[in-house]
Design a protein around this ligand. Sequence first.
Ligand code: THU
Length: 136
Amino acid sequence: MAATRPQLIAAALAARKSAYAPYSQFRVGAAVETSDGRIVTGCNVENASYGLAICAERAAVCRAVAGGVQVIRRLAVVADYPTPCPPCGACRQFLHEFNPRMEIIMVNLKGARSTARLDRLLPRAFVLSRHRQRKI
Ligand code: THU
């Protein structure tokens, strides 16, 4: 079973409501579709020690991996941003590990939407050769 894009976006929007962002007030929601068709969500979680903030995208991926999945098909990310909200550079590298060809669906609160494959957003990502064998 596959999740539809609107379902994934709705899940990201719902997850955004749980964001813990008292320092930046910038709330982010993310939802991933796993290789077995599940939707797993995440939100950003900040800390008084600012550098410890965890992005919504990485939170979602960590939950998916903890749930036993290591291949992510698609990710939707949503925030109040002037354009469809792009994942930060650190998240691009983090996501790359779990499928370089992942579809990234970027959304903002006005409903603007843009889609790109992760390997286009992060060309020449860092990979360790022994992990390249993993089946995607
Ligand atoms: N943030 C995300 O959750 N995802 C991104 O891709 C960019 C930034 C969060 C981290 C921090 O809590 C807040 O947005 C402001 O940077």
